[in-house]
Each structure stands twice: as structure tokens, then as C-alpha cells.
Design a protein around this ligand. Structure first.
Ligand SMILES: Cc1ncc(COP(=O)(O)O)c(C=O)c1O
Length: 462
């Protein structure tokens, strides 16, 4: 037994890992995780790691959460899965009803899928097809933001602007219009985040004024462009996008796959588009995934306005939205999601997150002032900063990740952007510990002599 290969070695021999250059994987072998509890992951050697990115932004209430576990065990003994065409089941209906209520009933229909990228495909298809059904088949172009990320399938990549994921497939992709990102870091001297948003909105307006007869939809990540490196923008951009999409008859798609489920402080990030004291405004389609099932099971969905849903109602089958995936509306995943939403109500999650965020922000205050970093930023349950360009050196993200392991952190910077998107269960002791370990990791990495110092920096990956 002594010489039998470890789980990590067997994995490198048999598993093709996602978002990974496998030639490099031996130098950074995967952590062989055998158990999760709360914010902690435990490896086969007994080491523990704080899940700083909630396992790619999916885990909300920690691993092995007692309530979600109990709900899933109950569902497992009742109904694991049944196809959603010609059948329905209580978890899907309850989930759709609850989500509709969260949008004040404005986005009253829920279309289910599995991963985030499939929700993006659905939203793009729905927009185009609904215009076609309304006699506007010439509206077939999409607009996306520079630095945006919407997933890895061909349709989602076509509206993505993260070169390392997109460029190899560029010859295969449909052409989309890209407009200026409202990323607040672009502010010039004396300019505010709202000014940047205004400049970006002006560019969007120019495009829509010229091409709106051919444009079906604008897709954006509200408030935070995640995978590009946690680029934040002012909510004024969302207000402007809503106004322009109304004016030019363009579907507004909010990709809340990463920022939904309370991540930015409100359940939907788009809720922050409303001015204080004014009624909430909504996009036409919302894509949701990741946190909606608490990080347990693959589930995504698209919430749609009645005006879009109604455009598909017809005697002609082909004018319906015939998209499907085998596991669409999986009962186990929907049950987990219902439990997640119940938790938001019962545990006053948004309110408690505000307290947790204040505690971690206080613990991170010294780091925020560290001269080796810039653009320290925080919204809801996301914290990010950029390590100064001159200090990062080659393989920064990889070296930071490895140094983090030694400090019991599972952390994956995006390029030179270090971020925390922890599960929603911080307390003061954990916040202090996290801040201290993050600083220790930064110190270790910046005190290293980087290997291959003459190598160019690697493109950022999430
Ligand atoms: C904003 C956004 N959209 C879409 C996706 C794709 O989701 P999935 O990886 O589940 O396909 C992601 C994944 O990170 C994302 O951040």
C-alpha cells in the first residue's frame, strides 16, 4: 500500500482538469479534498484550507450545511429527477414562484438549465427568438462589455472578452459588438466611478443609436465583472443601460451568475440600479446559477419578463422555446435552491452579511493601506485588490496560490488581482485569522525571488 499513488497522482493520470494547463499541473498538483465542513476543506493528509472563493463562487453557507443536507436527504428519498417536459414537480414550482416574487413578479417565468454558460445561451436565444416571433428577425446582433465574461460555450464565449479563454476559439465565434467597460479603475484624475459609467454609457448609446434595428440584446454582469479580475462599476451604468435598452428596443440581459444570491449586498445585484427612494428597476432577463443551489448541485435558470414569455405563445410549435437539457430543473438541485432561498428569509442573510462584511473590512483595513497594493475595493461579500504591477513577477497567481496553501488558504488570484469571495459565515475571529493569513501570504510571495524572472506575465485565469 505504501507505494500506491496518491489521489492527486491518480487524478493527474486520469482527470483532465478544468481551466488548467495540464503540462503545468504536476508543478501545482491538485489538492485531494476528502471532506468539507463550513468554510473549511480537508485534504487526504489532514491539512485544512479556508475556501476563500467559495469553490468558484458557488458555496454560500459553507460545506456540509446541516439544513441543505437534510433537505437533500429528504428529496433523495422522494424524487431525485424527472424530465421537466410533460412533467413538473414541487421543488421546481416552488423555486420559480419564490424567484418571481423576489422580482416583485416582474420576471414571472423561470426557465431551468444546468450550468451558468447554458443559462447565457438560453438568454441569447430567447432574446433573438422573441424578436423573431414579433416580426423583428433582423434583430440578431448582441452587445457585450469589454472585459466581460459569460462562460465557455461558443455562444457565451462570443459575448466574452477575456482573451485567454476566448482567443483560441475566435474563428468559431459569432461576431458581437463590444462596448466600453464601466470599470471604475479607468477613472482619470478628478473623475469619479459615476463619470466613468457615464462615458461608457455614451459609447453604448452611440452604438445603439446606429445599429438598434439589428441589435437583439445587451448582456452585462451587473456591478462586478468577475472573471476579468473583479472590476467594479457604478450602478449609474445599469440605470443608463436600462434607459437606453428601453429607448432602442433592446433586450437587457443581466448575467447574475456570479453576482446574484446576495454577493453584492442585495439578492440581485441589479436591485442597486434604483435610486434611493425610487421603485426598483429590472432587466428583461436574469441569468442565475452558482450560489442558487448553495454550491451543492449544478443548476442555472433564466428569469424572463412576461412580454418575452408571451412572444412565444402560438399554435405553431416551432414558435415556442424548444430549448432543453436532460437535467433541466433537476429536483434535487431545485430542492437545494429552495432551501437556500428559505435560508435568506429565515436567517436574515442579507442583514447578517452586512455585519459580516463590516467585520472583515475592519480586519482588512491595514492591508487596504499597504503601499504594495492598489485599487482595494469591496462590495457586499466581495473584496479585491491589485498587487502593484512592478512587484508581481512571473507566475504570480500560481505562486500566490501555492503560498496560500502553506497558510491554510485555498486562494486563486486572477492575474495580479487577489480577491476574497468567502462563504457567508464569517465571525470576528475568522475575519482576523483570514486577514492575517492573507497578509502573510502576500509577504511570502513578494519576498520570494520569482523563478524565471525574465518570463512574461501569464494571462489571468479565474
Ligand atoms: C458572470 C458569469 N457568467 C457565466 C459564467 C459561466 O458559468 P458556468 O461556469 O457555470 O458555466 C460564469 C462563471 O464563472 C460567470 O462568472
Amino acid at each position: 500500500m505504501k507505494n500506491s499513488p496518491s489521489l492527486a497522482q491518480r487524478s493527474l493520470a486520469a482527470v483532465w482538469h478544468p481551466c488548467t494547463q495540464m503540462q503545468r499541473a504536476a508543478a501545482v498538483p491538485p489538492l485531494a479534498i476528502v471532506r468539507g465542513q463550513g468554510p473549511w476543506l480537508f485534504d487526504e493528509a489532514g491539512g485544512r484550507y479556508f475556501d476563500t472563493s467559495s469553490s468558484w463562487w458557488v458555496n454560500l453557507f459553507g460545506h456540509a450545511d446541516a439544513r441543505i443536507n437534510a433537505a437533500l436527504k429528504d428529496q433523495l428519498d422522494t424524487l431525485a429527477h424527472v424530465m421537466l417536459a410533460g412533467c413538473t414537480h414541487a421543488p421546481a414550482v416552488e423555486l420559480a414562484e419564490r424567484l418571481s416574487a423576489l422580482t416583485d413578479g416582474v420576471l414571472g417565468h423561470c426557465f431551468f438549465a444546468s450550468d451558468g454558460a447554458s443559462a447565457v445561451e438560453i438568454a441569447l436565444k430567447m432574446s433573438f427568438h422573441h424578436w423573431r416571433n414579433r416580426g423583428r428577425g433582423d434583430k440578431r446582433e448582441f452587445v457585450c462589455l469589454r472585459q466581460g465574461y459569460h462562460g465557455e460555450t461558443l455562444g457565451a464565449l462570443a459575448v466574452t472578452d477575456v482573451a485567454v479563454f476566448r482567443d483560441a476559439y475566435d474563428p468559431l465565434l459569432m461576431r458581437a459588438h463590444q462596448v466600453m467597460s464601466p470599470d471604475a479603475r479607468q477613472a482619470g484624475p478628478g473623475e469619479s466611478a459615476a463619470d466613468v459609467a457615464e462615458r461608457a454609457a455614451a459609447e453604448l448609446e452611440t452604438l445603439l443609436a446606429e445599429r438598434h434595428q439589428h441589435i437583439a440584446a445587451l448582456i452585462l454582469e451587473p456591478l462586478v465583472q468577475g472573471a476579468t479580475g473583479m472590476a467594479f462599476h457604478d450602478p449609474a451604468y445599469l440605470r443608463a443601460a436600462r434607459r437606453l435598452c428601453d429607448q432602442y428596443e433592446v433586450t437587457l440581459i443581466a448575467d447574475e451568475i456570479a453576482v446574484g444570491c446576495g454577493r453584492t449586498g442585495t439578492f440581485f445585484a441589479f436591485e442597486q440600479a434604483a435610486l434611493a427612494g425610487q421603485p426598483r428597476i429590472w432587466p428583461d432577463l436574469i441569468c442565475l446559477s452558482k450560489g442558487i443551489s448553495g454550491g451543492y448541485l449544478p443548476l442555472s435558470l433564466v428569469l424572463a419578463r412576461d412580454s418575452i414569455y408571451d412572444a412565444f405563445l402560438d399554435d405553431d410549435v416551432a414558435r415556442g422555446f424548444l430549448h432543453s437539457h436532460s437535467y433541466t430543473g433537476n429536483a434535487l438541485a431545485c430542492r437545494a435552491a429552495c432551501e437556500v432561498l428559505a435560508r435568506f428569509d429565515d436567517d436574515k442573510v442579507l442583514e447578517r452579511n452586512r455585519q459580516q462584511a463590516a467585520t472583515l473590512s475592519a480586519a482588512l483595513a491595514p492591508l487596504a493601506r499597504d503601499p504594495r497594493i492598489e485599487n482595494f475595493r469591496h462590495i457586499g461579500m466581495i473584496w479585491a485588490f491589485d498587487v502593484c504591477d512592478a512587484l508581481v513577477g512571473p507566475r504570480f497567481a500560481e505562486r500566490f496560490h501555492l503560498a496560500g496553501r502553506a497558510h491554510e488558504l485555498l486562494i486563486r488570484p486572477i492575474g495580479r488581482t487577489v480577491y476574497l469571495m468567502p462563504p457567508y459565515l464569517l465571525d470576528e475571529a475568522l475575519s482576523d485569522w483570514l486577514a492575517q493569513r492573507l497578509l502573510a501570504t502576500l509577504n511570502d510571495v513578494l519576498n520570494q525571488t520569482p523563478p524565471d524572472a525574465d518570463r512574461p506575465p501569464e494571462p489571468p485565469t479565474a
